[in-house]
Design a protein around this ligand. Structure first.
Ligand SMILES: [Fe+2]
Ligand SMILES: [Fe+2]
Length: 234
């Protein structure tokens, strides 16, 4: 296998083979769409659910950062020549993990604890991407995604101090967690094969999911909670 080229700028990407260019566009479109949709259906509505001024303030910060991720990915997409209207949830269907109907503060804390951990894994993978503008953007968003997962861990940590709170957090994990494996895509995915061929991503969907399950279990059990069984990857 020949080593994938390192592409330094959006202008340089335009002269790369279609397969490489289109793969980079797909990833940037996906991030632009999902960051926006997640902010709209989870983070912004969670400001109302937050129980204290302090929690509202931090939730505002999370929502601001998720909208900010959309803005940065969209700007990168535009620099790559992707039309702006292609990077909206109307044009491209958002991921199924956002179909969860958020109703409670506990659910939001669980989403930050576990879905943002899943996002951290994706961003870690892109942090070595051969398309440098995407690598740089992944590295830039990483501290914020870590803050979101820590937010989830800290607030879940507070909630589990009472038996009622613990039961509510566990119930949220039980209904939300089974939606997360789909976030990593199918086993044997053709898209993923192309991403790895060009060094855009390093790991297969199966490897990412296996790593996620270990890390999710560790953080959940560290809070005295448990993960429900999930069906093996499709
Ligand atoms: Fe984000
Ligand atoms: Fe996030």
């Amino acid at each position: 296998m020949t080593a994938a080229p390192v592409v330094k700028t959006c202008a340089d990407l335009k002269s790369q083979p279609d397969e490489f260019r289109i793969a980079c566009e797909k990833l940037v479109i996906s991030h632009a769409v999902n960051e926006l949709y997640g902010a709209q259906v989870f983070d912004e509505p969670a400001i109302q659910l937050a129980p204290t001024p302090y929690a509202k303030w931090l939730t505002c910060r999370v929502a601001m950062e998720e909208y900010g991720h959309h803005v940065r990915f969209k700007e990168l997409g535009e620099e790559m020549g992707v039309p702006a209207d292609k990077m909206t949830p109307k044009e491209k269907r958002p991921l199924s993990i956002f179909e969860f109907p958020l109703k409670t503060w506990e659910e939001f804390c669980v989403i930050k604890l576990l879905a943002d951990l899943a996002e951290i894994l994706q961003v870690e993978d892109l942090a070595h991407c051969t398309f440098l503008p995407l690598r740089n953007l992944a590295r830039m968003t990483m501290p914020e995604e870590r803050f979101h997962a820590q937010f989830g861990k800290d607030f879940c940590g507070e909630l589990v101090k009472t038996p009622e709170g613990k039961a509510r957090v566990q119930a949220a994990i039980d209904i939300y967690f089974p939606m997360l494996p789909a976030f990593f895509g199918r086993a044997g995915s053709k898209n993923n094969e192309v991403y790895r061929k060009w060094g855009i991503k390093k790991r297969s969907n199966e490897e990412m999911l296996a790593d996620f399950l270990v890390r999710a279990r560790e953080v959940t059990e560290g809070l005295g909670l448990r993960l429900p069984e999930v069906p093996a990857a499709a």
